[in-house]
Design a protein around this ligand. Structure first.
Ligand code: PEP
Length: 266
C-alpha cells in the first residue's frame, strides 16, 4: 500500500494495490509449473509494475519449487487452500506453518470450488482465516453468488453474508492482510463474464459494507478483485472500473500470452 499526501486537499490518500492473481487450480505438473512461473517472471521483469502485484497459485506439489523460482522476481506465490489446524491427523491437508516453511505467505480461501465440491462453509472459512492471520499470512478471500441467487435478486444478500460470516469477526487491523475476490459462480470457467457495470456495482457494494463495519480507511485500502472468465479481451474494461482493483484469473492464467496481456491491461 502506498501513502501519499494530496497537497491540494491537505489530506492523506491511500492507494490500494492493484493485483493480478492466477489460480492454477489442479493444472500444471512440476515441470509445467516451473516453466510457467519462469515465463511470467521474465515477461514482467522490465514492466514498471507500480503499486501492482502479480501472484500465482500453483498446486501443493509445485509450491516449493515455484516459490524458490519466484524469489527475487516480481512474482509472488500463493497456496490455493490450507487447513486451520497446525498439525495432526488430517490426512491430505496442509497447514499454515507448512506453507510458510516453503516460502509461501499468501493463501486463497473460500474459492467457490472449495465451497461447492469440498463442502467448505462460512464457519469453517472463518477458522481458516483466523489460522492464516495468526501465522501472519495474507489471505485472498473469495465469495460470490450462484446463478439462481442472481436471478432471484439475492446476490447482494448472499455476498454480504459470506463476507460477514467469514471476516467480520476480525479487528480492523487484520484487514491489512485481507484481499477480497468477488467471483460470481456463474462466471467461473463458463466463458460468461459479469459486465463491467455488474462488477462495479457489486464491488462498490462490498466496499460500502466494509466501510459501514470498519470505516472508510479500511474500506478504501482493501483491494477487491474480480474473478470469472477474465481474459485479454475483457480485462481492460473490467479493470477500468473504480472499485475493481484487479482480477483473480483461472483459465487464462495458464497461458503465458493471455496472462501477460491481462497484467498489461491493469
Ligand atoms: C477462478 O477460478 O478463480 C476463476 C476466476 O476462473 P476463470 O477465470 O477460469 O473463470
Amino acid at each position: 500500500m502506498i501513502k501519499f499526501v494530496d497537497k491540494t486537499e491537505h489530506k492523506t490518500i491511500n492507494m490500494r494495490a492493484k493485483i493480478v492473481a492466477g489460480n492454477w487450480k489442479m493444472n500444471n505438473d512440476l515441470d509445467e509449473s516451473k516453466s510457467l512461473v519462469k515465463k511470467i517472471a521474465k515477461s514482467i521483469k522490465k514492466q514498471p509494475l507500480e503499486n501492482t502485484r502479480v501472484i500465482v497459485a500453483p498446486t501443493y506439489v509445485s509450491l516449493q519449487k515455484v516459490a524458490s523460482k519466484a524469489k527475487g522476481t516480481k512474482v509472488e506465490v500463493a497456496a490455493q487452500n490450507m487447513h486451520f489446524e497446525k498439525s495432526g491427523a488430517f490426512t491430505g491437508e496442509i497447514s499454515a506453518t507448512m506453507l510458510k516453511s516453503v516460502g509461501v505467505h499468501i493463501v486463497i480461501l473460500g474459492h467457490s470450488e472449495r465451497r461447492e465440491y469440498f463442502g467448505e462453509t462460512d464457519a469453517l472459512l472463518a477458522k481458516k482465516v483466523d489460522a492464516a492471520l495468526a501465522n501472519k499470512m495474507e489471505i485472498i478471500f473469495c465469495f460470490g453468488e450462484v446463478l439462481a441467487d442472481r436471478k432471484a435478486g439475492n446476490h447482494f444478500k448472499v455476498v454480504e453474508s459470506q463476507i460477514k460470516n467469514g471476516l467480520f469477526h476480525l479487528e480492523a487491523g487484520a484487514w491489512k492482510n485481507i484481499i477480497l475476490a468477488y467471483e460470481p459462480v456463474w462466471a467461473i470457467g463458463t466463458g460468461e463474464t459479469a459486465s463491467p457495470e455488474q462488477a462495479q456495482e457489486m464491488h462498490a457494494f462490498i466496499r460500502k459494507i466494509v466501510a459501514d463495519k470498519y470505516g472508510n480507511d479500511v474500506a478504501e485500502n482493501v483491494s477487491v478483485l474480480y474473478g470469472g472468465s477474465v481474459k485479454p479481451s475483457n480485462a481492460r474494461e473490467i479493470f477500468s472500473k473504480p472499485d475493481v482493483d484487479g482480477g483473480l484469473i483461472g483459465g487464462a492464467a495458464l497461458n503465458i500470452d493471455d496472462f501477460k496481456a491481462i497484467i498489461e491491461a491493469i
